[in-house]
Design a protein around this ligand. Structure first.
Ligand code: 5GP
Length: 190
């Protein structure tokens, strides 16, 4: 998606060969017009997948996923990462290792927010090792849904997540795929 790639080239910063900072339009300050375009692009890419619900992971997946759910006119469910006092009983949890924080957290879903047979579009801000997406897929499937699509705003294709998800048969789409990055350079896949 050219609009997104241009924005990454203009404003993103590679903190290392592996971590990209996009907190000026996605992770801290949010450009809602760009998010709306991103939501529209996901809705076109997954138009033939029979999506009945959009699921994302807090916090940075929420903005693009909400725009996508709005445009697709489907409900949005946010998987929780933070422990909660109100979310205790009747929940599904799975452990996920965070690449950026280098520690594990419990991803949490109230199964009542997935209907039996739901065809879920899973949206997240980044796809790196695929741990977050695979954890989310475990919860969605335990709750009775199917992951019908995985949409990443930014994929770091030099990391294993994209290949892992594709090898498992998921329909994966990334709006910007970075094949290499480092000090002063960000190179996209063709
Ligand atoms: P994975 O589970 O695929 O290894 O990593 C995906 C998750 O880690 C995303 O939810 C995202 O929040 C975070 N993440 C992975 N790589 C990056 C990165 O380069 N920059 C930022 N800001 N977050 C990342």
């Amino acid at each position: 998606m050219k609009l997104l790639e241009d924005r990454i080239l203009k404003e993103a910063k590679a903190l290392s060969d592996e971590v990209l900072l996009v907190d000026m339009f996605l992770n801290h300050q949010v450009d809602c017009e760009l998010m709306y375009e991103i939501g529209g692009e996901f809705s076109r890419l997954f138009a033939r997948d029979g999506i009945s619900r959009v699921v994302t992971i807090e916090a940075s997946g929420i903005a693009p996923a909400a725009m996508c759910a709005l445009i697709m006119k489907k409900p949005l469910v946010i998987l929780k990462k933070q422990p909660s006092l109100v979310l205790k009983n009747g929940i599904l949890q799975t452990e996920v290792f965070s690449f950026t924080k280098q520690k594990s957290y419990m991803l949490t879903l109230k199964p009542e927010f997935i209907a039996q047979g739901d065809r879920v579009l899973l949206i997240d801000d980044f796809l790196a090792n695929g741990e977050a997406a695979l954890g989310a897929a475990r919860l969605i499937e335990q709750a009775g849904g199917t992951v019908a699509g995985v949409g990443a705003v930014i994929c770091k294709s030099f990391m294993p997540g994209l290949r892992r998800l594709k090898d498992m048969g998921f329909h994966v789409e990334a709006l910007a795929s970075i094949k290499r990055m480092g000090a002063g350079e960000i190179v996209f896949e063709d």
